[in-house]
Design a protein around this ligand. Structure first.
Ligand SMILES: Cc1cc2nc3c(=O)[nH]c(=O)nc-3n(C[C@H](O)[C@H](O)[C@H](O)COP(=O)(O)OP(=O)(O)OC[C@H]3O[C@@H](n4cnc5c(N)ncnc54)[C@H](O)[C@@H]3O)c2cc1C
Length: 274
C-alpha cells in the first residue's frame, strides 16, 4: 500500500511541502478553505532567510526554483540591527552569492503562484477542514462541505489558528502576548529616495529601541517600482477607531529618528493595516 499525505492549508508552508513530496514521489493532496487561489490579497513581501532558500531549493523542481530566483526583488541581502536613532548595532552580511544560500525578498503573491504551479491535481479549493477520525490505522479527514478523504499522514498547515492543531493538541492554545502590530508600505520613488537613509533601501533591518517596542523595515525593489515595508509592534498599543493607523504609530515613535517617523507619516493610508 502506498502512503498518502493529506495537507490541510494551502499557504506557503502547505504548498512548499506539497511540492517537496511530489518531487520525491510521495502521494499528497492539499485541502484549502479558500474557494480560489486569489480569494484574499495576501499582501506584503516576505523575507526568505538562507534556511528558507535552501528548503525552497530542495522542494521545488529546478524550473520553479529558477522562476523563484528570477522574481525575487533586490533588497534581500544582509540583515541589520539599528537603535531608534538609526545608530548601527550590528549588520549580518549576506554571505552567499549562491541563491540557494542567500536572503531573498519576494512578493507573497508571486511566491504562492510559483508554489501552486504544477499542483492542479493536488490542491483542492473550497475545502474547509472540520475534524479527523482514526480508523483502521488510517485517518478520515472531514470538510465543511460534507466531503471527506482518507490518508495515512495528516499535516496541519492551516496557519496560526490551526483547526487541526485544535483537535490534535487541544491544550496548545494561542496566548495573547498583548503585542499589537501595524504594517505599511512607503513607495520607493525619486522623491522618497532623496531623503531615505541609503542603508534602509539596501536590505532589511530590525529597529530595537530601549522601550518595549520594535520595528521591522525591508525594501522590496523590482525593476519598475518598489516599496519599503515597515511593521511596528508594541505592547499595549491602543488603536482608536477614529484615528488613522499611521498617525497612531507616528505618535508612538515620536523621539525616534525623524526619518523613521517620516517613513510612517508618508506611507499611503491604504497601505497601512493592523
Ligand atoms: C505583515 C506580515 C509580514 C510577514 N513577513 C514575513 C517574512 O518576511 N518572512 C517570513 O518568513 N514570514 C513572514 N510573516 C509570517 C508568515 O506570513 C507566516 O509565517 C506564514 O504565512 C506561515 O505560513 P503557513 O503556510 O504556515 O500559514 P498561512 O500562510 O497562514 O496559510 C494557512 C492556510 O491555511 C488555510 N486554512 C486555514 N484554516 C483552514 C481550514 N480549517 N481548512 C482548510 N484550510 C484552512 C488558510 O486559508 C491559508 O491559506 C509575515 C506575516 C505578516 C502578517
Amino acid at each position: 500500500m502506498s502512503l498518502h499525505v493529506a495537507v490541510v492549508g494551502g499557504g506557503v508552508g502547505g504548498l512548499c511541502l506539497a511540492q517537496g513530496l511530489t518531487r520525491n514521489g510521495v502521494s499528497v493532496s492539499v485541502h484549502e478553505r479558500d474557494v480560489t487561489s486569489t480569494d484574499r490579497l495576501q499582501g506584503y513581501r516576505l523575507h526568505i532567510s538562507p534556511i528558507g532558500a535552501r528548503a525552497l531549493h530542495e522542494c521545488l523542481p529546478p524550473e520553479l526554483w529558477e522562476r523563484f530566483v528570477a522574481t525575487t526583488g533586490r533588497g534581500g541581502g544582509g540583515f541589520g540591527f539599528l537603535d531608534e536613532r538609526l545608530r548601527r548595532l550590528l549588520t549580518v552580511e549576506n554571505p552567499a552569492d549562491v541563491p540557494a544560500r542567500a536572503h531573498h525578498s519576494v512578493s507573497r503573491i508571486t511566491l504562492r503562484e510559483i508554489l501552486l504551479t504544477g499542483l492542479d491535481d493536488v490542491v483542492g479549493f473550497g475545502r474547509r477542514f472540520t475534524r479527523y477520525e482514526h480508523e483502521d490505522g488510517r485517518l478520515t479527514v472531514h470538510f465543511a462541505d460534507g466531503t471527506s478523504t482518507r490518508c495515512d499522514v495528516l499535516v496541519g498547515a492551516d496557519g496560526a489558528n490551526s483547526a487541526v492543531r485544535a483537535q490534535y493538541l487541544p491544550h496548545a492554545e494561542r496566548v495573547d502576548t498583548g503585542i499589537t502590530a501595524v504594517a505599511g508600505k512607503l513607495p520607493l520613488t525619486p522623491r522618497t529616495r532623496a531623503w531615505l537613509p541609503p542603508e534602509l533601501v539596501a536590505h532589511a533591518h530590525s529597529v530595537i529601541p530601549r522601550a518595549a517596542a520594535g520595528m521591522f523595515l525591508a525594501p522590496h525593489e523590482l525593476a519598475e517600482d518598489g516599496y519599503l515595508m515597515w511593521a511596528y509592534a508594541a505592547a499595549g498599543l491602543v488603536l482608536p477607531a477614529n484615528r488613522p493607523l499611521r498617525d497612531v504609530v507616528a505618535d508612538a515613535i515620536t523621539g525616534w529618528h525623524p526619518d523613521l517617523v517620516r517613513v510612517v507619516r508618508e506611507s499611503p493610508h491604504d497601505s497601512v493595516s493592523h
